[in-house]
Design a protein around this ligand. Structure first.
Ligand SMILES: NC(=O)c1ccc[n+]([C@@H]2O[C@H](COP(=O)([O-])OP(=O)(O)OC[C@H]3O[C@@H](n4cnc5c(N)ncnc54)[C@H](O)[C@@H]3O)[C@@H](O)[C@H]2O)c1
Length: 283
């Protein structure tokens, strides 16, 4: 991966961020993909945007649009060829029947790392999730080494993705950062998200740190802003130098104007909230 700055700053300007040549962003048509399509521009000379869903056409020579179904091994191999680093957001992002999760998330992440191995990609940022640890209680504080307690098919697939990331580092030296994203939306939507919220600005900063910090091996980091009441301890990922700048506190009055959540509601008990009570499917 090239990290050479491509532009010489004018005297007195902040230096430009380091850049990779071609950065692949999967899930580019999704909620976070659309946000990062704009915000990752400074980090890459060429942004290759991919999704199974429709995407807006390329708006410059610095964008490449490559539709791809992550469950298609041959298509994923072609997608990854020529890329220097990957931000992997693509997949099913909610709780769904296993067959759907299997195709997009489980086969998808495996195909992606296999293609990275074949084509010499050395850094992958994996959009993991708090649902990997969703059955821990909200009274617990977790670090990156805690027991995983996935809260459904979706959480299981993200747990598998983290294992794939570790395996491809141990076996092939491909470095990854697995970001256990909390809740990344314009603002926290409920009381639980007062703890789990991750602003788009902080998400972008965290991805930048994950792309360019040397020697990350496989690092697991919790994707959260500088919220007041948090359940996660990021000290094991301190080497990333991630310092969040936003906080959910500014939305507290608005969120607490909502009706209270019953103490027996999973949203008040478990870190994964309502995901812990979804399914089973197909009975
Ligand atoms: N937004 C959050 O708060 C949050 C929290 C935790 C984890 N995440 C993870 O971050 C990533 C992005 O989240 P999001 O909120 O933008 O989700 P999203 O559902 O809006 O976007 C996911 C994208 O993946 C695409 N996709 C689904 N199946 C695919 C397939 N088979 N092949 C190719 N593309 C496929 C979808 O079309 C969609 O555009 C996801 O992996 C999600 O699990 C997000």
């Amino acid at each position: 991966m090239s990290s050479a700055a491509a532009v010489t700053p004018a005297s007195g300007d902040a230096p430009p961020p380091p850049r990779v040549h071609r950065l692949l962003l999967t899930g580019a048509a999704g909620g976070l993909g659309k946000v990062l399509r704009e915000r990752l521009v400074p980090y890459a000379e060429v942004l290759r945007l991919s999704d199974i869903a429709g995407m807006a056409p390329a708006d410059s020579a610095a964008e490449e649009i490559v539709p791809c179904d992550l469950s298609d091994k041959v298509a994923v191999d072609a997608l990854v060829k020529g890329c220097d680093a990957i931000v992997h957001l693509g997949g099913v992002s909610v709780e769904r029947p296993f067959e759907e999760i299997l195709e997009a998330n489980i086969k998808g992440v495996f195909h992606l790392y296999e293609a990275a191995r074949r084509h010499g990609v050395k850094r992958v940022i994996f959009a993991s999730s708090n649902h990997v640890i969703g059955f821990h209680k909200q009274t617990e504080t977790l670090d990156a080494h805690c027991q995983r307690r996935p809260d459904g098919n979706y959480g299981l697939s993200k747990s598998f993705g983290e294992d794939v990331a570790q395996f491809y580092f141990d076996r092939y030296g491909i470095e990854s950062v697995s970001i256990r994203i909390g809740s990344s939306f314009p603002e926290p939507l409920n009381r639980r998200m007062m703890s789990t919220w991750l602003s788009y600005r902080d998400l972008t900063t965290l991805i930048g740190k994950s792309l360019f910090t040397p020697d990350v091996k496989h690092t697991v980091v919790y994707g959260m802003s500088a919220n007041k009441d948090v359940w996660w301890d990021n000290s094991a990922a301190a080497h990333l130098g991630y310092v969040p700048r936003d906080t959910s506190e500014v939305f507290r009055a608005k969120v607490e104007a909502q009706p209270p959540v019953a103490p027996t509601d999973p949203n008040a008990i478990y870190q994964g909230g309502g995901f812990t009570a979804q399914g089973p499917f197909g009975d």
